[in-house]
Design a protein around this ligand. Sequence first.
Ligand SMILES: *Cc1c(COP(=O)(O)O)cnc(C)c1O
Length: 406
Amino acid sequence: MTPVTPPTAPAAQRPDSSGHFGPFGGRYVPETLMQTLLDLDQEYRSVWQDESFHRELDELLREYAGRPTPLTRARRTEEFLGGHLRVYFKREDLLHTGAHKLNNTLGQVLLARRLGKKRIIAETGAGQHGVATATACALFGLQCTVYMGKEDTERQALNVFRMKLMGAEVVPVTSGTATLKDATNEAMREWLSTCGETHYIIGSCVGPHPFPMMVRDFQTVIGNETREQILAKENRLPTDILACVGGGSNSLGMFHPFFNDAAVRLHGVEAEGKGIASGQHAATITTAKVGIFQGSKSYVLQTPDGQITPAHSISAGLDYPGVGPEHSYYHQSGRATYTSITDEEALAALRKTAELEGILPALETAHAIAQLHKLAPGLPQDSLVVVCMSGRGDKDVFSLMKHVEV
Ligand SMILES: *Cc1c(COP(=O)(O)O)cnc(C)c1O
């Protein structure tokens, strides 16, 4: 396997030195956290240029996590869509722990070790990022505390149990709506007082600079491998790439290495829940209202006077009222196109993919596949499409049983 080399393309110069992607991003945090973020930025930039760090990370991704993940041709999906396209799935669902999130937590745990931190904290919503963090901490014997909304600890008892089995402490958060945004606030608060010995691992390309950049960089392994694999198989780049967008990490990890290939169309797919008009959705970019949320400037779901409104999606991983600042930049500059898919459309795509391919995708991933189904009739003959399969659906089986009859 070729090593993950630090990106050298101009795209790597975003964000600028103050953490801005155009007008988005930045560091909107209490003064007391500022020095910690400045130090982290500087130390991260030097580690990312360090060859020995990349050797260590590459080996871990290969020998422990199972990289490279396959790029699988989806032949029966091609037939179902009319036979005029080639379709490939990038199989992050086959990564250890069942989703792309481990790419980030392994990278950040290695970084934390280099910074001499002994303890890790993280926030989690459905528990997927909490599990990926607990996994990486167990591997290195680091102390791990995960903040999780009390409501979520009850809905996602299985993931709480998995984290505890791996030795993590799970702290239920009762403030606010007792869900992800409150868990994130609590983790930030805790970090303020312990940042000397603690590293905070954010689970997506969100939060204050340098997090959106770091998480993206750790996820670019998805897009870098895809580029190499598709060139080996097809001898050309994809015409279209699709990925679901929650905070935005699997999608940016996939998109970033193709940013400068203007002919490659990038499609981000948000969760439309019960429809935009219902108000119960997570289509942050589709509704495009700028605000400041959890440390950075981006699009945010909000009321006309700026109060954050709760998101809804059948998939817990897309159920977030914010989105990474780099996506807001991709949207504003027109480099990527954003659409949204309802709960119902995602469920239908999930079933179809299970039947056609013998792959049970995560509900999050099913949003990207549903958009492929919609897009396909309008795509020209011989289009070459890659869908990022961000994770597997085993975690969703209990909620599926409530919605789907077999
Ligand atoms: C968490 C998660 C997502 C959404 O997060 P991003 O940061 O937007 O990638 C998507 N798919 C799966 C399987 C997840 O676990």
